[in-house]
Write a protein that binds this ligand. Structure first.
Ligand SMILES: NC(=O)c1ccc[n+]([C@@H]2O[C@H](COP(=O)([O-])OP(=O)(O)OC[C@H]3O[C@@H](n4cnc5c(N)ncnc54)[C@H](OP(=O)(O)O)[C@@H]3O)[C@@H](O)[C@H]2O)c1
Length: 276
């Protein structure tokens, strides 16, 4: 990568994209945000918006929204990878998910795109507890999910961003699939307990039946397709298949992954969960 090569960050103000943008900015490397609020705007559901965003781009960090398992996602990704390569993109770094058949199909599409590629196959992000759909229940004092005592190696979005920037800036990461996890398994109950300890708040974790969870989401006016997506994700990626840590962060960066406890301390100090 040359210093004035411009990177497109698809989902560049999301949980990982925003952190990649911060790192590129710190290094004085130019980038463009590819999202609905970007300039020009990028909509996954409107292919006409893709080419203007790809103009002059030599590499891209690609996150799909809302998830690679939604209808049309694989078709969109295949088309996007193809158009990117035709537009002159030489390197694609793709955010994938662990234990999802569709994510693995998306990875295969990436590998056959003709671009140099790096895959970041990630476990559940720690930041889901503070920047995503778990935040409101935590603020209300109770997180209830259709997930039992399964262990999940929550990965820190800062580690994902570090690996993404390494992959974008150093060709040695081309052709690599990094499975990125945190350093240890925690159940959701244990994760909530850590947050309760750090904030001094009484927060409960409850395992509920999928139907009860569906009813709660309906009452909260969550759209039907989002409800189906959440139930699908909890049913598949949290059924025990991902109950192991990996050495992906160490292999990519030569450092240990950030601990969940460190994420909790940092985040609690920022005040997003109240008290502290
Ligand atoms: N969260 C996890 O734990 C996790 C774990 C493994 C893999 N993943 C994968 O990560 C990807 C991102 O998920 P996330 O929940 O973490 O989201 P996210 O990256 O935090 O945020 C979504 C990003 O997408 C943009 N966006 C939203 N709707 C869009 C649309 N219709 N067209 C174009 N851009 C749009 C948003 O910006 P604007 O609002 O400006 O459009 C924002 O930049 C998914 O493919 C997911 O499977 C997530």
């Amino acid at each position: 990568m040359k210093r004035n090569d411009v990177t497109l960050l698809v989902g560049g103000n999301g949980k990982t994209g925003r952190r990649v943008a911060e790192r590129l900015q710190q290094r004085g490397l130019p980038f463009r945000i590819g999202s609905r609020s970007g300039e020009p705007s990028f909509y996954w559901e409107d292919r006409e918006t893709w080419l203007p965003c790809l103009k002059g781009i030599t590499q891209a960090y690609v996150t799909y929204y809302p998830d690679v398992c939604v209808p049309g996602a694989l078709d969109n990704l295949q088309s996007f990878f193809g158009r990117a390569v035709n537009a002159g993109v030489r390197k694609l770094v793709f955010l994938s998910g662990r234990g999802e058949a569709e994510a693995e199909q998306a990875e295969e599409l990436l590998k056959s795109s003709g671009a140099d590629w790096t895959i970041l196959r990630c476990s559940f992000f720690s930041q889901n507890f503070s920047e995503n759909f778990f935040l409101d229940p935590i603020l209300a004092g109770e997180l209830a999910l259709p997930v039992g005592p399964v262990g999940e190696p929550f990965v820190d979005a800062d580690d994902i961003a570090d690996v993404a920037v390494a992959a974008l800036t150093d060709d040695r990461h081309s052709g690599q699939l990094y499975e990125l996890t945190g350093p240890r398994l925690l159940s959701f109950a244990e994760a909530i307990e850590e947050i309760g300890l750090a904030t001094g708040r009484n927060i409960r974790y409850l395992t509920i039946a999928p139907e009860a969870y569906r009813n709660e989401l309906i009452e909260a006016h969550v759209p039907d397709d989002v409800i189906e997506l959440l139930l699908h994700l909890f049913r598949t990626v949290l059924d025990g298949r991902n109950e192991m840590t990996t050495d992906g962060v160490q292999r990519a960066l030569g450092v240990r992954p950030r601990a969940f406890e460190d994420y909790v301390q940092r985040t609690a100090a920022g005040g997003v969960w109240g008290r502290g």
